[in-house]
Design a protein around this ligand. Structure first.
Ligand code: ZN
Length: 230
């Protein structure tokens, strides 16, 4: 499995757990592989509500902003990206892995607090603390990628999508559910979260720019994007 991983600093292979060819050393604590190279802060509010994220926050929040249930959207995404090696970016508690069929199932997040919950609830999922803008994985190493409810929070969507495209194998799929400029609810959410949100077209352009084929479906304030690497 460590074949899939690359040093987030220089992209070299790991010669052992977790020392890269150039000698950078990373730690694994409580089953969480920590490959974060800088101290990136997660959304404060999310860290506070982490213990009730999966049971209350996401189900309630999505129902009123999308009209669909959290499990419906997550299942739809999970079934699409099933494959041997699957990566969920911004995985949180790793809920999607209830619906993904995978042999190596990896959840990436910057929040140690969320990854700890993931590891307690779903011990089979490989928990990786890392930066989505600098994915610690080899080129074309992954069979399916999801990024649920996260891309609208990123400082650079283009870099994140370019990274998804880089690590995804040819002929494989990705999914992303993004808060987009759809209606008054999305504007309202953007205001209370202090986010600058974009149109569906903005994201389509980015997916296409990096070479991914993209399709979408609006779900209330959110848009469910499916992408594929030709
Ligand atoms: Zn290194």
């Amino acid at each position: 499995m460590s074949d899939i991983f690359r040093c987030p600093i220089d992209g070299s292979k790991f010669i052992k757990k977790w020392v890269c060819e150039k000698g950078h050393t990373f730690s694994e604590v409580d089953g969480i592989i920590d490959l974060l190279t800088e101290d990136i802060k997660s959304e404060k509010i999310l860290d506070i509500i982490a213990p009730i994220y999966e049971s209350v926050w996401a189900p309630f929040g999505l129902l009123i902003t999308s009209g669909k249930s959290y499990s419906y959207i997550t299942r739809k995404a999970g079934e699409m990206i099933s494959g041997t090696i699957v990566l969920d970016i911004g995985t949180g508690t790793g809920k999607i892995f209830d619906y993904v069929k995978c042999e190596i199932c990896m959840g990436l997040d910057i929040s140690y607090k969320f990854l700890k919950i993931l590891k307690d609830k779903r011990p089979n999922v490989v928990a990786v603390r890392g930066n989505a803008l600098k994915l610690p994985f080899a080129d074309e190493s992954i069979d399916g990628i999801s990024a649920m409810f996260v891309l609208h929070m990123f400082p650079s969507v283009l870099v994140a999508v370019r990274e998804i495209n880089r690590v995804l194998k040819h002929g494989k799929k990705c999914v992303a559910t993004i808060l987009t400029k759809n209606n008054m609810i999305s504007q309202f959410l953007a205001t209370i979260w202090g986010l600058k949100i974009h149109s569906v077209d903005y994201y389509i352009k980015i997916f296409e720019e990096v070479g991914l084929k993209v399709d979408y479906e609006k779900i209330g304030a959110w848009t469910f994007f499916t992408c594929a690497k030709p």
